[in-house]
Design a protein. Structure first.
Length: 94
């Protein structure tokens, strides 16, 4: 499952409980950092000394990935690297 414009990641993190693999994307680096923190703290207590990416593996969460994606730009390359996706969702994307 791919979430485009994930923002804080609410929809995608909920989907992660039901999907085999979830890829959460956004274009803004600050938002991506927040998304990684939210994804990690959803499953375990956040340890600020840890790298946000390592929170997933520390918690045993291996089905959530966070990547930068500007929708409409390099979509074919992104899909070749991370896809294919059976389900694509977007919330608050205008």
């Amino acid at each position: 499952m791919l979430e485009v414009g994930a923002g804080p990641g609410l929809a995608g993190l909920l989907a992660a409980h039901y999907c085999k693999r979830v890829v959460l994307t956004d274009v803004d680096e600050k938002v991506l950092k927040l998304l990684r923190i939210n994804a990690g703290s959803t499953y375990i207590k956040l340890d600020c000394a840890m790298d946000a990416n390592s929170l997933f593996t520390e918690a045993g969460i291996t089905n959530v990935e966070v990547h930068k994606l500007a929708w409409g730009e390099k979509v074919e390359q992104f899909n070749a690297k991370y896809g294919p996706f059976d389900v694509i969702i977007g919330s608050g994307i205008v």
